[in-house]
Design a binder for this molecule. Sequence first.
Ligand code: ADP
Ligand code: ZN
Ligand code: ZN
Length: 733
Amino acid sequence: MCSRKSIWSVAVPSPLRRCFDYLAPSELLVTPRPGLRVRVPFSRRELVGVLTKCLNSDSVSSTVKLKVVDKVLDEEPLLGGTLFRLLEWSSRYYHHPIGEVFSAALPTLLRQGGGVLYRGQRCWLLSDAGQLVDQEILKRAPKQRCLLALLGEYERLSDQQLSGHVEGWQAPMRALREKGLVIAEQQPEVSKSLSEVIPELNSEQSVAVHDVIAGLDDFHPFLLNGVTGSGKTEVYLSLAEKVIEQGRQVLILVPEIGLTPQLVSRFQQRFAVPIALMHSGLNDQERLDSWIIARDGRAPLIIGTRSAVFSQIKNLGLIIIDEEHDSSFKQQDGFRYSARDVAVMRARLEKVAIVLGSATPSLETLHNVAQGRYRELKLTQRAGDAKPPKIERLDVRGQYMEHGLSNALIKRMHQHLGNGGQVLLFLNRRGYSPTLMCHDCGWSVECHRCDSHMVLHQHERRLRCHHCSHEVQVMPACPQCKSTQLRPIGQGTERIEEALRQHFPEYGILRIDRDTTRRKGSLQVMIDEIHEGKHQILLGTQMLAKGHHFPKVTLVGIIDAEQGLYSADYRAIERMAQQILQVSGRAGRADRPGTVMIQTHHPDHPMLRQLLEQGYTTFANTLMNERKESEMPPYSALALLRAESVEKSLPQAFLSEVYQLAMAHGVPDVLLLGPIPSPMARRAGRYRAQLLIQAPQRGALHRLLSPLMLQLESSKLGRKVRWSLDVDPIEMY
Ligand code: ADP
Ligand code: ZN
Ligand code: ZN
């Protein structure tokens, strides 16, 4: 608690790594406590900041020049308690400005200074008149008729659900309300749980649940290492049930909600309780509503993507991270934090258990298990009657391939389709082909703003750079030699789809990638259609590979598995293995056995062989030994300093200055590698360079970074470039 006549230290969203002092307001209606939002003047603007500390006026050298806090916005601290300490820790660990860290922890409306007002969702249903009306009278208003039919089918639909299904539904819905055919209500918080059959846990699942329950009352980190389809989600559900019974809340972090709608719906079906959902598909008010019910303890379940790790939770009892290896837990711009790692720190501060679940755990987590810091719980069998899929390597060297599909794969697809199975094909590259090349002179289309090829999107006749927004029309002839022999080189999903339509005209084919799912809600519609059996051949990028449970899929084809084998990024091969196993996990998840076929030009690559013949654990061990020898994480700590500028020489010049400053600190054992141009040396018109900082221990890294970051704030060169620090980087570009 602070004395009323004091100086307030306020975290203001600014790129400076410190708090700012203000005089407390003269009239004060609330007790000043850390975590309260305040409105303060800041270089000719008004900003919303967070009170972090009250200082005695004696401890500040001069109070004359201090400005006064304009207004206190809250009665209770919004970011108080353990969360406050977590945010301070995050700011220190990631060396990110404290004001921006606090700001990132608040939903947009609160960040802007709005009040903590719960609205609840509006939803629509048919009135009595609407139930009886003859839909023929709406013949001239097809949109209204469609809405009536939808409400007839689903009973009640929220604004959010409608936006996902019907574009421009608002005006026709208003018209229906004016006619008295529909009514709007505030959504009840609790949706009824659909009585679902709850499977009895098998012995491995029971052991896992039992052990976590025994560790709930203190900080206990667990790795739930379970092959795909082994019933990890069932374990989460059982754990959640126990924690809810104790009157506590469960925080569940998932990589991307859009890609794992089934996890959310399984929680919705199992529990008749309010769920605070937190993800980017929500509007600002929905997000605030979720934040409020989590904070007030009204929602026993909080399910969200990475930023949910910073939500205020009244009575946290357990944290679950699904697919802990997934790279989307790492924020790749601005405040670059790993939600998984922050979650572990949160569990430690809150003294609760945390479960990291995966079929392909990250090497960091496996290392923590090996060091005895995390306990491993294993699920080695697929749940129910499902059998593990059979994985075959398909040597395509010298084979005739049409648009990237080998005859062997096509033949096998025919067999599975003929037997009534669904087939899933995976290729993590959208567009028609990764480039367009002149057959006569070898010229190919490059982005003039990036060191990268333009991707051909045949259907739209356009070339698009996937690294910046640049796009152009497909040209009729080669600009260099005027030849018209411009040919697509390589395959993307669009091209595979075209080939599939020629080979399998009698089957429903569905392509799922970012191009086909741009419209909000469209992915969900497609997933529903897959379950209804409307499509037999599913083709897609990683959007299709994660977490889904498609019981009818019996064959999975991986079209090009080797993108990771020869990459310069030391993590590429780990990612490749995780991807192969995740995709393979989509095969044979029900009573029919599954087969996976991997097309490859390198069937004898030792790492690929080991992965497929001996499994992920052995593979990961080999990789771990390599990392140990090369002193890469988890056997060292890394930070990557990136700089970019439209002027070619500046990034390198700035990083050279950083290099000099860092050397002057003389922290022993710290290694500086660079500066060097980034692997993609030019992107969106900017030149890029990087400096890698490596230390055998994290402590040494922080001892250097703390003073260094403060120095860089006053670097003149630093102001001329865009620079950023990435602690524990997972992408090396
Ligand atoms: P994972 O999350 O590990 O991929 P899921 O929890 O989705 O696995 O389980 C895969 C399938 O097996 C689901 O359909 C689930 O209902 C079923 N299942 C899970 N546990 C059991 C069990 N103990 N007995 C029978 N079926 C189960
Ligand atoms: Zn040419
Ligand atoms: Zn570009």
